[in-house]
Design a protein around this ligand. Structure first.
Ligand code: ADP
Length: 722
């Protein structure tokens, strides 16, 4: 029993021991290590010396953790935060705002700085010169003077002062005579005091601290841009900024951060840890916006790119515009391609049209060329090339007048101002020139008729003219031939007239001569019945009679000569003769507004005739008809010429008009010479015609039954051809 009780007692003891082992602090697991990164700007040893007690303070207050100070050089801070090697970080406000932006570090407390045993959670910069420096009184006066600051990265010892200068429009790097960095605040103060530089920039309280240490006399210095802030006793030239923040890194648990913050805020101002770190405890985290503003103004990291707009910024900000723009561009490219294709098709169609146009122009027999407003040829068709001897390529672009139209037919110069082609587009009116000359490349001229018509552009304005010309050499020749023909006709007419006149004279003389002869013979008979002087008388009378007979015979011979002379004939077609007459009377027909009706039987048998004479007859009848039609004032004037054949017999030609008709008093003597109803008439036309037809074995007559005007008909027998 005792043993059992003893065993029980030992058992309880064992339990107690186990419990003690489990729960005694010495026997617990090692506390978790918390790393506090501290900016070490005075060397690692100094940092550990200053901040080690603070770590120990935290460990005491938060026993579950062991706090270790990790001194960090400037360039080590970022990577330490980024890689998560530290859990808290204690850096100056400038570095802090960068970490805040880049790594979402967040402050949990702000340091109370200790100055003359008074805690300050804010600080600023001071810009100063020597009291005896007469030229510098305000920021503006800094231009052109030398300056020394602590370091480019020093917030209180440079950047704060720089912000004030920049906002005043002074760039310390370009507007000062020189800018140096002393590295240490005290050194900067001494450089100014020793007149090495004109101006110095240090953080607040440096001057006061040095003065209280007896190194300097504050009266030796003048503060530039002095600022008065209540409850801030130090000389100040800039805005105020919060002191160093104690921050937690993003990965650090909020519960731990909260415990650390509470511990720090609870630290008494004069705690040994605070004294070791030369600070005066901690306060709630301040607003670091002023530091952000400063960095923004100076375009320092993290705001170095502020105002710069990079491509990626543009893409991320305006992606929808860019997308829209790209789509628009795509659309435009597609449209452009489409328009280009369309253009191509149009160009093709245009080329085809041009080709057709050219083909048409080139197949026309008339010469065609275009002229622009300066008189230069714009096109020249094949016929124009053929007629003038010029090739299109030689002429296009040159002045058409100088090439084709420079000289009149008589050799006198043709002035360009008078050129009808130019007048066409000057007066905007088409022109037709029936008789002119153009000049060939070989220097010869040829007669032309041409028209010049204005060309109107799209805007409705004249852009030139088109000239259509025709070589009328053949027509002119034909005209000349016709003229000759007419002359011949007239000559034939004159000859016939002469013959008729002779015939008339012979007719008139024949009767008295016959009477002379008869009377002479009667006298002879009377004298023969008497005996005295009769012989003489008979001789004379015989001579008279024989002379009279002789005269009669001569006249008879003359008559025979002019009327019965055999005609030189040829085979001809009466319709051809009618057509030839139509050509001759055409101008009169037009002038007298006569409607000419041709009613020609086709084909007519050919016939032996004297063509000139038959033409003369048709011409006489037609001319008489036209002259009589002049008297018809109202109604249509009509001239009819018809041909008919009586197979194997004869050809009939009728000339009819709807004029006033034959005057009744002339009806019986119409075919006699010198019978006329016109004041200037000769009265020979019909009688000659009658004689001609008679000589051809035919007969000319007029139809007295025809009442609507006058109708003459003649026939020609087909004797020799039948
Ligand atoms: P001329 O014409 O010189 O008078 P013609 O012998 O040709 O000589 O004509 C004789 C006359 O016959 C004319 O003056 C005219 O009075 C008449 N005559 C001829 N043809 C016609 C006609 N078609 N209509 C009316 N009268 C005509």
């Amino acid at each position: 029993m005792t043993l059992i009780r003893n065993i029980d007692r030992y058992g309880a003891l064992l339990h107690l021991l186990l419990f003690a082992l489990l729960f005694s602090p010495q026997l617990q697991a090692d506390p978790e290590i918390v790393h506090i990164g501290v900016l070490s700007h005075r060397g690692d040893q100094a940092t550990l010396r200053m901040w080690g007690p603070t770590a120990a303070y935290l460990a005491t207050n938060i026993p579950a953790y062991q706090f270790v100070i990790r001194p960090l050089k400037f360039d080590e801070v970022n990577s330490a935060v980024e890689t998560g090697k530290i859990d808290f970080v204690l850096v100056n406000p400038g570095i802090y705002v960068n970490l805040e932006v880049k790594y979402r570090v967040s402050r949990i407390a702000t340091l109370y700085n200790r100055r003359n045993d008074v805690p300050y959670k804010i600080f600023g910069g001071v810009i100063f010169t020597r009291q005896d420096h007469p030229e510098i009184n305000n920021l503006e006066d800094l231009r052109g003077h030398s300056m020394m600051a602590v370091d480019t990265t020093s917030l209180g010892g440079f950047q704060m002062a720089m912000r004030e200068m920049v906002e005043e429009g002074i760039d310390p790097y370009t507007d000062l005579q020189s800018l140096q960095f002393g590295g240490i605040h005290d050194y900067v103060v001494m450089a100014v005091l020793n007149s090495e530089v004109d101006v110095g920039a240090v953080r607040t309280d440096i001057l006061e601290r040095m003065a209280s240490a007896g190194t300097i006399d504050l009266n030796d210095f003048r503060i530039i841009n002095p600022q008065k802030v209540s409850e801030f006793p130090f000389a100040l030239s800039t805005r105020l900024y919060p002191e160093w923040p104690f921050s937690k890194v993003a990965h650090t648990a909020d519960s731990l951060a909260q415990q650390v913050a509470v511990a720090l805020l609870n630290m008494p101002h004069d705690h040994a840890a605070a004294l070791a770190g030369n600070y005066a405890g901690w306060t709630i985290p301040l607003d670091y916006q002023p530091v952000h503003d400063l960095f923004r103004t100076l375009k320092l990291p993290p705001y170095q790119n502020l105002g710069k707009f990079t491509l990626s910024d543009a893409i991320s900000r305006y992606w929808y515009w860019l997308l829209g723009g790209l789509l628009m561009l795509l659309f435009m490219v597609v449209m452009t391609l489409w328009v280009m294709r369309l253009n191509k098709a149009i160009q093709k169609a245009k080329n085809r049209l041009e080709l057709q146009h050219e083909l048409i122009l080139d197949s026309v027999a008339d010469g065609i060329y275009g002229v622009d407003l300066h008189g230069r040829s714009t096109f020249f068709n094949k016929a124009a090339e053929r007629i003038t001897g010029w090739e299109a390529a030689e002429v296009i672009g040159l002045n058409q007048h100088d090439i084709l139209h420079h000289t009149h037919a008589d050799g006198s110069p043709h002035r360009a101002e008078e050129c009808p082609v130019y007048q066409t587009f000057r007066e905007n009116q088409a022109r037709y020139v029936s008789d002119d000359v153009f000049w060939r490349k070989d220097g010869n001229s040829f007669p032309v008729e041409y028209s010049s018509t204005p060309i109107w552009g799209d805007s409705g304005k004249t852009v030139g003219s088109v000239v259509v010309f025709r070589d009328i050499t053949r027509r002119k020749r034909a005209e000349e031939e016709a003229r000759q023909h007419q002359l011949e006709l007239a000559r034939a007419g004159r000859l016939s007239t002469l013959g008729e006149m002779a015939s008339g004279i012979a007719h008139e003389l024949n009767q008295p001569l016959t009477a002379i002869s008869t009377n002479a013979q009667a006298s002879i008979r009377i004298l023969e019945s008497d005996s005295a002087n009769i012989n003489v008388c008979v001789d004379v009378m015989e001579r008279i009679a024989s002379q009279a007979d002789r005269a009669g015979e001569i006249i008879r011979q003359l008559r025979r000569l002019v009327r019965k002379e055999p005609l030189e004939r040829s085979e001809g077609e009466v319709n051809d003769l009618v057509n030839a007459v139509v050509v001759l009377i055409w101008p009169d027909v037009r002038r007298a507004s006569v409607r000419l009706e041709l009613d020609l039987e086709e084909p007519l048998p050919r016939i032996s005739l004297q063509p000139i004479q038959i033409e003369q007859v048709i011409l006489n009848l037609a001319r008489n008809a036209i002259e009589s039609l002049a008297e018809r004032v109202n109604g249509e004037r009509m001239l009819y010429i018809g041909t008919r054949s009586e197979p194997g017999e004869s050809i009939w030609i009728t000339v009819r008009d709807n004029g006033p008709g034959i005057k009744p008093e002339l009806a019986n003597t119409l075919f006699d010479p010198f019978v006329t109803g016109k004041p200037q008439g000769m009265g020979l036309g019909l009688s000659i015609s009658y004689g001609i037809i008679e000589a051809h074995g035919g007969k000319l007559s007029f139809n007295p039954a025809y009442r609507d005007g006058a109708e003459f008909t003649f026939y020609l027998p087909l004797r020799e051809t039948s």
